[in-house]
Design a binder for this molecule. Structure first.
Ligand code: CTP
Length: 420
C-alpha cells in the first residue's frame, strides 16, 4: 500500500500543507461556539495537522464527542481518568505530544480557571501541565458581550497572557443570545490561519511593510478603462506572508476581488494616480516597500465625463495618453530618512533576467523579483527569479503563498532595521 506520508516527504517543502507534521490538541470548553469547532477540526486536518480533541463536560452539552471523533479520526479525551493511558497520566502524555494546544471555544469560566491555575478536569489540567517553553497555548474566547466586557474576564485575560497564552480574537457581531458585540469566536478558517501564522518564524517582527498589489484601472469614460490581467494574488500573498512574519502590514490594492489577509490594513484604490497618492505619504512610516502592483504605464489625458458614442463615421475615437507616475521609482528616490527598503517586481513576457536587471538599475532598488506575467496572471502558483547586485537566484514553481514566504525570508536576510 502507498504511504501518503512517505509521498509527502518527497515533495519540496514549499508545497507541503501549512500544518504538515503539526500535532494539535484542540480543547473545547462549554459554549455554543462548539459548533464551529467541528469545522475547525476539518480545516486543521485539511491543512495537514493531526488533531487530538479534548472536551470538558460542559462542551459535551453542545456537541457530541462522536462528531469530534469522526472528524478528527481519533477518539476524544473527556477525563483525566481515561483508562487508555497505561500510566494514568493523560494530562502529561497529551501535552508532551502536542506542538500546540488550541482551546476553541475558550469560555469565560475556562479562562478564569486558567488564570487561577486550577486543574479540576482534564483540559485545564493539561494546560497547567504543559511544558510552557515547548507547547504554546492559544485561546479562542467565545462568550456573551457582557461576559467579555466584565472586569473579571478582562483581568483574567491579562493574567493568562502574562502567563504566556496567546489570545485569538474574539470577533464582534451577532451573538447566539441575540445581542450584538464583542465575544464571538473567530470562524474556523480564521482560526486555522491564525494557527498557521503562529508557526511562521517572526522574521519581520517590529518592522512595517508597505505592499502594492493588483492592477490599476485607468478610466477612458464612465464605463470603460485601461487595465491588465493582474489578479493581485501575488501581492496579497506577500502581504499575508509579511503579517505572518510579525510585520505591521499596509496593503494598497488596485481593483481586485480578494479577501484581506488577517491583520493587514488595506487601502483600496483604482487608478495609478490614486495608488501613488496613497503610497507616498505612507512610505516613510514603513521599513520595507514591496511593489507587486501591475501599474498601468499610461492613462487617458482626460477621462470623458460621458460614455464615448460612435459617431456613425466608422472611425474609432482617438484620445491622448499620458504617462503615469512611477510609484516605485519615486519611493526609491526619497531622501534616506524617509525611504523604505524597496523591492520591485518585473512582470515580463520574455528575457526575464535582462529586463529585471535593467529595472534594478533604472529604479535604483536593491532587489527586483522577476516573473513571467502571461504565465502567472490569475494563477495560484508562480516561479520567481530574484535579481540583485550579487546575482540571480530562482525560486522554483510553487504556490504563491509559499513563494511569498520564501521572499519574506530573502527580504529579512537582506534588510537591516534602522537604528531606533
Ligand atoms: N511600478 C510602479 N509604478 C509604475 C510602474 C511600475 O510602482 N507606474 C512598479 C511595479 O509595481 C513593479 C516595477 O515598478 O514593482 C516594475 O513594473 P513593470 O510594469 O514590470 O515595469 P515598468 O516600469 O512599467 O516598465 P515596462 O513597462 O517598460 O516593462
Amino acid at each position: 500500500m502507498i504511504n501518503p506520508t512517505a509521498l509527502m516527504e518527497c515533495r519540496p517543502m514549499s508545497t507541503l500543507p501549512d500544518l504538515h507534521l503539526k500535532h494539535i490538541v484542540l480543547g473545547l470548553s462549554g459554549g455554543i461556539a462548539c459548533y464551529k469547532s467541528a469545522e475547525l477540526v476539518r480545516e486543521l486536518v485539511r491543512a495537514g495537522a493531526t488533531v487530538q480533541v479534548v472536551m470538558t463536560e460542559a462542551a459535551t452539552q453542545f456537541i457530541t464527542p462522536v462528531t469530534m471523533q469522526a472528524l478528527s479520526n481519533r477518539s476524544v479525551y473527556l477525563s483525566q481518568w481515561d483508562a487508555r493511558e497505561s500510566n494514568a497520566m493523560a494530562h502529561i502524555n497529551l501535552s508532551r505530544e502536542a506542538d500546540a494546544i488550541l482551546v476553541a471555544p475558550a469560555s469565560a469560566d475556562f479562562i478564569a480557571k486558567l488564570a487561577q491555575g486550577r486543574a479540576d478536569e482534564l483540559l485545564s489540567l493539561l494546560c497547567l501541565a504543559r511544558p510552557v517553553d515547548r507547547c504554546p497555548l492559544l485561546l479562542a474566547p467565545a462568550m456573551n458581550r457582557e461576559m467579555w466586557a466584565h472586569p473579571a474576564t478582562q483581568r483574567n485575560l491579562v493574567q493568562v497572557k502574562t502567563d504566556g497564552a496567546t489570545v485569538l480574537g474574539p470577533a464582534a457581531g451577532d451573538q447566539a443570545c441575540g445581542e450584538i458585540g464583542d465575544g464571538r469566536m473567530l470562524e474556523a478558517d480564521e482560526l486555522r490561519d491564525e494557527l498557521i501564522a503562529f508557526f511562521q518564524p517572526k522574521l519581520l517582527a517590529g518592522r512595517g511593510v508597505l505592499v502594492t498589489a493588483g492592477p490599476t484601472f485607468e478610466a477612458i469614460d464612465p464605463v470603460r478603462g485601461i487595465t491588465n490581467h493582474s489578479s493581485g494574488k501575488m501581492g496579497f500573498a506577500v502581504a499575508r506572508a509579511a503579517a505572518e512574519a510579525g510585520a505591521r502590514v499596509t496593503l494598497v490594492a488596485g481593483p481586485v476581488h480578494l479577501p484581506t489577509p488577517r491583520h493587514v490594513r488595506r487601502i483600496d484604490v483604482s487608478s495609478a494616480q490614486q495608488m501613488y497618492d496613497a503610497v507616498l505619504p505612507l512610505a516613510a512610516q514603513h521599513d520595507i516597500f514591496v511593489a507587486t502592483a501591475a501599474v498601468a504605464d499610461w492613462r487617458p489625458a482626460a477621462a470623458g465625463t460621458h460614455k464615448l458614442k460612435k459617431d456613425g463615421s466608422g472611425r474609432p475615437p482617438t484620445f491622448e495618453l499620458i504617462e503615469n507616475p512611477d510609484i516605485l521609482a519615486t519611493v526609491a528616490r526619497l531622501p534616506p530618512a524617509q525611504r523604505p527598503w524597496c523591492v520591485g517586481f518585473a512582470a515580463e513576457s520574455h528575457d526575464l533576467v535582462r529586463h529585471a536587471r535593467e529595472k534594478l538599475q533604472r529604479k535604483a532598488v536593491p532587489l527586483i523579483v522577476g516573473n513571467l506575467g502571461p504565465a502567472t496572471f490569475g494563477r495560484d502558483d508562480n516561479t520567481l527569479v530574484l535579481v540583485d547586485a550579487a546575482g540571480e537566484h530562482e525560486l522554483p514553481a510553487a504556490p504563491k503563498l509559499a513563494l511569498a514566504r520564501q521572499l519574506v525570508r530573502e527580504i529579512a536576510a537582506r534588510h537591516t532595521p534602522r537604528p531606533t
